[in-house]
Design a protein around this ligand. Structure first.
Ligand code: FAD
Ligand code: AMP
Length: 479
């Protein structure tokens, strides 16, 4: 039996590593167990987010966008570029360097804050202890006053399209292609499918997205989703809704994909097929039945609002528990749990978690959608401002999309904000802050915004809620 820690965390993704740093900052003797190894067999921190998720996908999105800009969008500024070319291995190497820098940064933060990193696979066993098996099969039992399970998620694989990791790949494989596929099929037009489709589509792939649902991005505000679909289709993404993939086979160096749509069968052939049908919690082999932990009906570790499991002093956070599978959601849960362990009265506001799709332009939202408010019978009012009327957006030739702000019909309290357009991720964050402070649409409308900025579109949308917008014709009568 080794030293007893105040807190032992399983998993060093954005949920686990943030919890570890926070716990150590609060003076708790903290260890973090991580199974991921680098190519030299050393512990690799950062989880899905840093290694095969948020960061590498954004690195490739930015590279591919710069390429598309040089090829397609600079002419309007009077700039001509000799035929732009892309060196895919160089682009991937840049991405790998960014990942390395950031994962190394977490190791540095662990050291700085005194978090002990333990290499191995952790399992919660009876009596709130953690059994750790290292890469050589050595087993140690670690005693902890508190355990935080942050084991994250893995891509969902579907029987009709088994991966061969060469022609049929998942999101991880799609971040490491060595050349641009001529024809690229993607199963699933969700967040990850759209981001990866954007990367390879911009670099020249002919992208076909097969989505089983009839509705595009059902969790996004319907008006914003419709506008996003229009913009993305114009960019060349062939998004086929109501298309359920039934089979995928590698034949003669290509993938033949069968799908059913509107009652008939179709076949398409692709050079590569990305399976992007979602992620599932990585809960297998994570705890023994006598540990006290339980799974809910969807395979997530069951927790209450404070991320407490059914076992005393055992918590679970991030993708392994209910809620949106987003890095920042897990990180905030990590902070909350570390503070509660340290005796603080921390809680987390699950109502205002922003979500972003990093297409170009970005799609971002927070709070309630119009369709959800309608379904719940809540009276609301809406203010919309199109980027076509924004001086700053026009100045940069980025004038597609709109800001939509929704406020309660009587109290005027902001209920949601949904944006498709330039800088949507950062713009929506302004509204998240306003919502956190209980702001009304009028509060935002009375705020001074710098000119010319994209954020003026948020200001104008807030003004438009009550028919007071200046730079568009108001649809509503002013009060
Ligand atoms: P993970 O990041 O999955 O980390 C869990 C860690 O636990 C892993 O390192 C794993 O090796 C380790 N582990 C698991 N089991 C054990 C065990 N038994 N013992 C020891 N260690 C274990 N989210 C966003 O917010 N923004 C984005 O832009 C975004 N883009 C994405 C793009 C892609 C392509 C993908 C795949 C995901 C993206 N996500 C994004 C989602 C985001 O990556 C996840 O929500 C986030 O990583 C979840 O954090 P986590 O700490 O809960 O789990
Ligand atoms: P997300 O959960 O946002 O990553 O989106 C994954 C998408 O994949 C969902 O919209 C699913 O409807 C879709 N999907 C799942 N299985 C299939 C299938 N067999 N064919 C086509 N689309 C699918």
């Amino acid at each position: 039996m080794s030293e007893k820690y105040d807190v032992v965390i399983i998993g060093a993704g954005p949920a686990g590593y943030v919890a570890a740093i926070k716990a150590a900052q609060l003076g708790l003797n903290t260890a973090c167990v991580e199974q991921w190894l680098d190519d030299k067999g050393k512990i690799l921190l950062g989880g899905t987010c840093l290694n095969v998720g948020c960061i590498p996908s954004k690195a490739l999105l930015d590279s591919s966008y710069k390429f598309a800009e040089a090829r397609d969008h600079l002419g309007v500024h009077g700039i001509s570029v000799e035929a732009a070319t892309i060196n895919v291995p160089a682009m991937i190497a840049r991405k790998d360097n960014i990942v390395k820098q950031l994962t190394g940064g977490i190791a540095g933060l662990f050291q700085h804050n005194g978090v002990t990193a333990i290499s191995g696979t952790g399992k919660v066993i009876a009596g709130a202890k953690v059994e750790v098996t290292d890469k050589d099969g050595n087993v140690q039992i670690i005693e902890a006053a508190n355990i935080i399970v942050a084991a994250g998620s893995v891509p969902v694989h579907i029987p009709p399209a088994p991966l061969d990791n060469e022609y049929i790949i998942d999101s991880t494989g799609a971040l490491d292609l060595t050349e641009v596929p001529g024809r690229l099929g993607i199963i699933g037009a969700g967040v990850i499918g759209l981001e990866l489709g954007s990367v390879w589509g911009r670099l020249g792939s002919d992208v076909v997205m097969l989505e089983a649902l009839e509705e595009f991005l059902p969790l996004v505000d319907a008006q914003i989703a419709k506008e996003a679909a229009k913009i993305l289709k114009k960019q060349g993404l062939d998004i086929r809704l109501g298309a359920r993939v039934t089979n995928a086979e590698v034949k003669d160096g290509a993938v033949e994909v069968s799908y059913s749509s509107a009652g008939s069968e179709h076949v398409e052939t692709f050079d590569k097929l990305i399976v992007a049908v979602g992620r599932r919690p990585r809960s297998e082999e994570l705890f023994t039945t006598d540990s006290g932990l339980t799974l809910d009906e969807r395979g997530y570790i069951y927790v209450n609002d404070f991320c407490e499991t059914e076992a005393p002093h055992v918590y679970a956070i991030g993708d392994i528990v209910r809620g949106p599978m987003l890095a920042h959601k897990g990180s905030e849960e990590g902070v909350m749990v570390a503070e509660r362990i340290a005796g603080k009265q921390a809680q987390m506001n699950y109502d205002y978690i922003p979500g972003v799709i990093y297409t170009h332009p970005e799609v971002a939202g927070v709070g309630q959608t119009e369709q959800a408010l309608k379904a719940n019978g809540i009276d609301y009012k809406v203010g919309i401002f199109p980027f076509a009327a924004s001086g700053r957006a026009l100045a940069s030739s980025e004038a597609e999309g709109m800001v939509k702000l929704i406020a309660h019909a009587e109290t005027d309290r902001i209920l949601g904000c949904h944006i498709v357009g330039p800088g949507a991720a950062d713009l929506v964050q302004e509204v998240v802050i306003a919502m956190e402070f209980g702001s009304s649409a009028e509060d935002l409308a009375l705020t001074v915004f710098a000119h010319p900025t994209l954020s003026e579109a948020v200001h104008e949308a807030a003004l438009a809620v009550d028919g007071h917008a200046i730079h568009i014709a108001n649809r509503k009568k002013r009060k």
